[in-house]
Design a protein around this ligand. Structure first.
Ligand code: N01
Length: 515
């Protein structure tokens, strides 16, 4: 529990302080709680018609978390998770009960999208412009803006030629059309990332035929417990022994895990034939490749399609309990390891010129992850535009603060994505500690605004850029959502969890211009 040990009224009772939090997902709710505990006036503005963010929006069949549920949990709000990797509805219930229990629901304005946030140099306030689902526009002033919009909130449907001519339903996994009955249908599933691999088995069971379009083969991480309930003894331990819960939570700091990641990702000399020091990455590649090949000994036709040609870790390694390959082997499933060229009224054309007729197209094609804070228009000091400043290279100090955008703090911002070397909820708690310390500084010093110093930002940016280049998602130049259009990672945290804790312990006043 890292709740503030102070309230606004303890420090500056006469001062008004209003905070706008954009987004009512895991991050926004967490920030809301901290504001409440600090006695600060706050509003959570949510574009959707319920709270929960990603766990409200993604309702495709068998959508579930891919880190252990008892790690993907606020440290101070444990839950009696029924399975190792809980399904979307269970996580949604967790977030709802969190919000209800902490009195956050009344602070959330639903169906309202933030279109712009403009900083006024004179009043030193943000004007947050919103539009609701009836077209009602508003502009409200706030002292502080907290972006809690997430990274994977803008579904990406590729611009495939002819898509608008397709006669049947076509939709993204994050915008599931529950009115579609797959029975008796021939379905195309485009994309074999985490979403595609999760939804594919359910589609194969429901549809008459499933055609899976795989552009790049995924590595699969053997996880036998993926769809299993947690045994009662384990649940008892997690419920009753806080130390047991903490062990899991803080295992991210175990040198073993960090060492493994570092060794597996630092080597710049891939491919393996030219490798000098990538023994662990290579070991991992062999293990994961054997895992795949072991499942298709009877199917050489599949074997040649499912082996990735990039180093493990360059893209997300996907949890698997054997279900994926079982699905690919089904009689009603066809795996097309070929690009999608175009779509016509009745089906999909592959790059090889084959026409595959389908009734429904499901896009598991990911998100516009690098478009941080889009499509909001954010203007800071001197009318500076955030997206013009960033270009395609979004960067914020520890993912949180940007020079010339005073009193604006991002949660789960640029370069805070994680593989083995952290835990998104733990990082989020670090971010809110930082946010609260910034607010405390403003209250204690009587200043109205704090803007990150350029030199502090630049030093940080250099470190992150250099370290990103050493990680597998950087040096391998593998195409993935970890990278932007120019191949730079604006998504992943390239350093250790220790470094993140150290850097977010407090918003150091000397790192800021206070006005
Ligand atoms: O998206 P992705 P995702 N033609 O970008 C393919 C989280 N998540 O939604 O690899 C054909 O990973 C693309 O191919 P390629 C998790 O962090 C979590 O699956 O670019 N194919 C790829 O196969 C995850 O990492 C859970 O060559 C096209 C796929 O579409 C993140 O979300 C569950 C294409 C996109 O994969 C994103 O995963 C699900 C085209 N034109 C997701 N364009 C949980 O556990 C793209 N592809 C909560």
């Amino acid at each position: 529990e890292r709740a503030p040990r102070w309230t606004k009224d303890d420090i500056a009772a006469d001062r008004s302080m209003r905070v706008a939090i954009i987004g009512a997902g895991l991050s926004g709710l967490m920030a809301g709680l901290r504001m409440k505990q600090a006695g600060i006036d706050f509003t959570i503005i949510e574009k959707g018609d319920d709270l929960g963010g990603t766990w409200y929006e993604n309702t495709y069949p068998d959508c579930r978390i891919d880190v252990h549920s008892y790690i993907y949990t606020y440290s101070f709000y444990p839950y009696d998770w029924p399975s190792y990797f809980c399904r979307q509805d269970v996580i949604f219930d967790y977030l709802r009960s969190f919000a209800e229990e902490h009195g956050l629901v009344d602070h959330i304005v639903l169906n309202t999208e933030v279109t712009a946030a403009n900083w006024d140099d004179e009043s030193q306030l943000w004007t947050v412009e919103t539009i609701d689902d009836h077209g009602g526009e508003r502009a409200d002033e706030y002292d502080i803006v907290v972006s809690a919009v997430g990274q994977l909130n803008r579904p990406l449907i590729p611009a495939i030629e002819g898509l608008d001519t397709f006669a049947g339903p076509a939709f993204h996994t994050a915008q599931w059309d529950h009115s579609v009955d797959f029975a008796g249908k021939r379905v195309a599933l485009i994309g074999t990332g985490a979403s595609g691999v999760q939804v594919g088995p359910a589609l194969a069971r429901q549809a008459d035929e499933l055609v899976i379009f795989q552009r790049t083969a995924p590595f699969l991480q053997p996880t036998p417990e993926l769809r299993r309930d947690l045994p009662e003894e384990e649940r008892w331990l997690l419920r009753n022994i806080p130390l047991y819960r903490s062990y899991y939570r803080f295992s991210i700091f175990l040198p073993r895990a960090i060492g493994r990641l570092a060794a597996a990702t630092i080597d710049p000399d891939y491919p393996p034939t030219e490798r000098a020091v990538s023994a662990v990455n290579e070991q991992l590649r062999v293990l994961l490749t054997d895992y795949l090949l072991g499942q298709v000994e009877d199917r050489p036709d599949l074997a040649e399609k499912i082996i990735p040609d990039y180093p493990p870790g360059a893209k997300r390694i996907i949890r698997d309990d054997g279900t994926w390959i079982e699905t690919l082997k089904r009689d009603n499933v066809q795996l097309v390891a070929d690009g999608v060229e175009r779509v016509d009224e009745t089906g999909v054309w592959t790059a090889d010129g084959e026409h595959i007729p389908v009734d429904v197209i499901v896009f598991a094609t990911g998100f516009k992850a690098s478009d941080f804070l889009m499509p909001m228009k954010v203007t800071g000091r001197g009318g500076k535009d955030l997206h013009e400043t960033w270009g395609i290279d979004a960067c914020a100090y520890f993912g949180i603060a940007v020079p010339d955008f005073p009193n604006m703090f991002c949660l789960y911002g640029p370069n805070t994505g994680l593989l083995l070397h952290g835990n998104v909820v733990f990082f989020l708690e670090c971010q809110t500690v930082y946010l609260l310390s910034a607010i405390k500084t403003l209250l204690e010093t009587g200043h109205r605004a704090m803007s990150l110093r350029h030199d502090v930002f630049e030093e940080y940016q250099e470190e992150v850029t250099e370290e990103s280049g050493k990680r597998v998602w950087g040096w391998s130049k593998t195409h993935s959502w970890y990278q932007n259009a120019e191949g730079r990672s604006t998504i992943m945290w390239p350093l250790t969890a220790h470094r993140y804790v150290e850097g977010t312990r407090a918003a150091e006043p000397e790192h800021y211009e206070l006005t």
